[in-house]
Design a protein around this ligand. Structure first.
Ligand code: OGA
Ligand code: NI
Length: 323
């Protein structure tokens, strides 16, 4: 298609074009919910090592088991079933291989791939710094005090309480991509997501004005997207956007998604600074009322675990009831 998500040169924040770059990021957050950063400060040399070690890890430690996975079994059953119709599609699982890296589970990280742990730790440290820079830019664009979002995610304190995870996904080639999703459509639950996607194999799409459009692969860029908690905190000025991954007939798509989320104990609510009522006499652009309830993130995650692939709006109210 002609439409492509915005590509923004993050290094220009430090120069004469700072104002223009801030505006581009504001537009990416308000109108798209997704944008790509180039010149984001993470070295190409590190990114090359990350790609190599992740692909090696998949080949050695994951691929041998994919043939026994749930999606492969379900697809085979569907193909063999005489009663299934041609347009029947699997809607209960995704055609993907996934594992999660956090600081807390590093004893369980893949261990048979030489260099995996060291390289992924180095990458996570860099991408976490980028997450904080992106949140600082959002603060500035929203007119919030510097560090506001990060502080909210840390439960109001500056300590290291926010949840920082990295999901390593592979989407192997699929013999019947019309019968299963790579990853079913959803919005992301948390804060800021930083996605390092495959250089070549596409499949990731976002829903923009009712049309699915590709998130075009762009070598060594980092795709940023807004999660549900940023939508709440910004009182809907920034929107978490529906996205999905298509299964593809050729190529094994790699995608490494890091998410900077609130602590499970943190309470998230629309920033008072963005509400007209809380700013009497000041010139504030915004709505007079909160559009979202105050929610403990852990309660939201309990609801999300059940309703990830359903419309997001009812999740906010369901999470209030869970409190
Ligand atoms: C996700 C996600 C996209 C991808 O993990 O929430 O949307 O490209 N991933 O893997
Ligand atoms: Ni997602």
């Amino acid at each position: 298609t002609l439409m492509a998500i915005p590509v923004i040169d993050f290094s220009k924040l430090d120069g004469e074009e700072r104002g223009k770059t801030l505006a581009q990021i504001a537009n990416g957050c308000e109108e798209w919910g997704f944008f790509q950063l180039i010149n984001h400060g993470i070295s190409e040399e590190l990114l090359e090592r990350v790609k190599n070690v992740a692909s090696e890890c998949y080949k050695v430690e994951r691929e041998p088991n994919f043939k026994n996975s749930k999606p492969v079994k379900l697809l085979n059953e569907l193909l063999e079933s005489k009663s299934s119709s041609d347009d029947q599609k699997i809607e209960t699982v995704d055609w993907e291989d996934v594992f999660l890296l956090t600081d807390d589970n590093d004893n369980d990280w893949p261990s048979k791939t030489h260099g995996f742990k060291e390289i992924m730790k180095e990458y996570r440290a860099e991408i976490k710094k980028l997450a904080i820079k992106v949140m600082d830019v959002m603060d500035e664009n929203l007119g919030l005090p510097k560090g506001y979002i990060n502080k909210a995610f840390n439960g109001g304190e500056d300590k290291n309480a926010a949840f920082f995870g990295t999901k390593v996904s592979h989407y192997p080639p699929c013999p019947h991509p019309e019968k299963v999703n790579g990853l079913r459509a959803h919005t992301d639950a948390g804060g800021v997501i930083l996605l390092f996607q495959d250089d070549e194999v596409n499949g990731l799409q976002i829903l923009k004005d009712g049309v699915w459009i590709d998130v075009q692969p762009l070598k060594n860029s980092i795709v940023i997207n807004v999660g549900d908690q940023i939508e709440v905190l910004s009182n809907g000025k920034y929107k978490s956007v529906w996205h999905r991954v298509l299964a593809m007939p050729d190529g094994n798509r790699r995608s490494i998604a890091s998410f900077y989320n609130p602590s499970l104990k943190a309470t998230i609510e629309p920033a008072q600074e963005l509400l007209v009522n809380g700013n009497i006499g000041k010139e504030v652009e915004g709505d007079s009322e909160t559009k979202y309830p105050k929610i403990v993130f852990g309660d939201y995650m309990s609801v999300y675990a059940e309703q990830k692939f359903q419309p997001k709006e009812p999740r906010f109210q369901a999470a209030v009831k869970a409190m």
